[in-house]
Design a protein around this ligand. Structure first.
Ligand code: NDP
Length: 323
């Protein structure tokens, strides 16, 4: 037997139960991984509440790092004993041990510990594709980053700064503003009530070519109104709730804007993309360009407490759960 957090119904943090489950066996193409650390991500909240659907009962969680215990037939990517990490579906990471398709695993470079690996995969790969593919950020550009002191946010700020962009971060408190500034944000706006006016002031009226908006419902219009003509609205999360349907006429009225709703799954669906994205990420972390900040650690069995902190906007940077 092994241990896992399971949910039998969607709801608040209290639906997460620490239960005995049978140790899974790896089938063809699969690997059995013993987690040393599990990454906490906002998407875990969406699966818990039911905003994103999964069959019940379920073990939620999309990210982990640990050691391969065994592999099934035909596995070539990893072998027993390898230090590995992964991020993305299918859910099932809130467990001491899990089985996962071996072609979703990458080997963790020496010098990156398991906590850092579990913290960085999902948020770091997301920052990578947002900055390098969804929109290719160029030196000298001024970009808008919401939830700038969060997990994805702190990585975006550091990486964009390294590329040579000017970063305007949006946060909810002075303490988070200080943290975002310390991690590369050149300007920080607290709250989004006057965001377009602040962006106008900071950019001398030019506005920004791209807004990375993970907050969703509450900030959608503030992001749209902060864009330059032909700007790109990247709506990549729903921390405040999903964005209601958009009238396409809005995009023409606001200056021939572009709108995308990207997800990591698309950008890493091919093994070659997964390897390229993780190599790029491991490289900036190894060089110290991006420092992964594990600012909260919880026991995996206390995942409910971690969710409460995340939803109450009490966390900064990344959070890991220890089995
Ligand atoms: P964060 O650490 O960024 O935590 C969420 C943050 O959102 C909070 O700290 C808070 O920052 C801000 N926020 C704004 N409004 C609310 C609200 N009403 N309730 C709660 N939080 C709010 O989480 P992650 O780094 O794990 O994820 C960031 C976002 O990116 C999430 O929306 C997630 O779903 C999304 N995401 C999307 C991916 C994709 O591929 N599409 C992949 C990975 C993440 P503040 O207090 O400063 O406002």
């Amino acid at each position: 037997m092994t241990k896992a957090i399971r949910i039998h119904a969607n709801g608040g943090p209290e639906v997460m139960q620490w239960e005995d489950v049978p140790t899974p066996e790896p089938g063809p193409g699969e690997a059995l991984v013993r987690h040393a650390a599990v990454g906490l991500n906002y998407i875990d909240v969406y699966f818990r509440t039911g905003l994103y659907k999964a069959p019940l009962p379920s073990t939620i969680g999309m990210e982990g790092a640990g050691t391969v215990l065994a592999v099934g037939a035909g596995v070539t990517e990893v072998a027993a004993g390898d230090r590995v990490a992964y991020a993305g579906g299918p859910i099932g990471a809130y467990a001491t041990e899990r089985v996962i398709a071996a072609d979703r695993l990458v080997k963790v470079p020496e010098g990156i510990d398991f906590n850092t690996a579990a913290a960085m995969m999902l948020q770091g790969m997301t920052a990578q594709y947002l900055l390098r593919r969804t929109h290719t950020v160029k030196p000298g550009e001024t970009i808008l980053v919401h939830a700038a002191a969060g997990g994805v946010g702190l990585i975006l700020c550091q990486w964009a700064k390294h590329i040579g962009a000017t970063v305007i971060g949006v946060v909810s408190t002075q303490a988070k503003a200080d943290l975002a500034r310390a991690n590369g944000a050149d300007h920080v706006v607290i709250g989004h009530a006057n965001l377009p006016a602040e962006v106008k002031r900071i950019t001398g009226g030019a506005m920004v070519p791209v807004s990375y908006d993970s907050v969703g419902k509450d900030t959608f219009m503030a992001s749209i109104d902060s864009l330059a003509p032909l700007g790109l609205m990247v709506s990549y999360g729903n921390a405040s709730g999903p964005v209601p349907p958009v009238d396409l006429g809005l995009l023409s009225a606001k200056g021939s804007l572009f709108l995308t709703r990207p997800t990591l799954a698309t950008y890493t669906s091919k093994r070659s993309d997964l390897v390229a994205v993780t190599n790029d990420l491991f490289d900036v972390v190894a060089k110290g360009v991006v420092k992964i900040q594990v600012n909260q650690t919880f026991a995996l069995k206390d995942a409910a407490a971690a969710h409460i902190a995340l939803e109450a906007r009490k966390t900064t940077g990344s959070t890991v759960l220890i089995p």
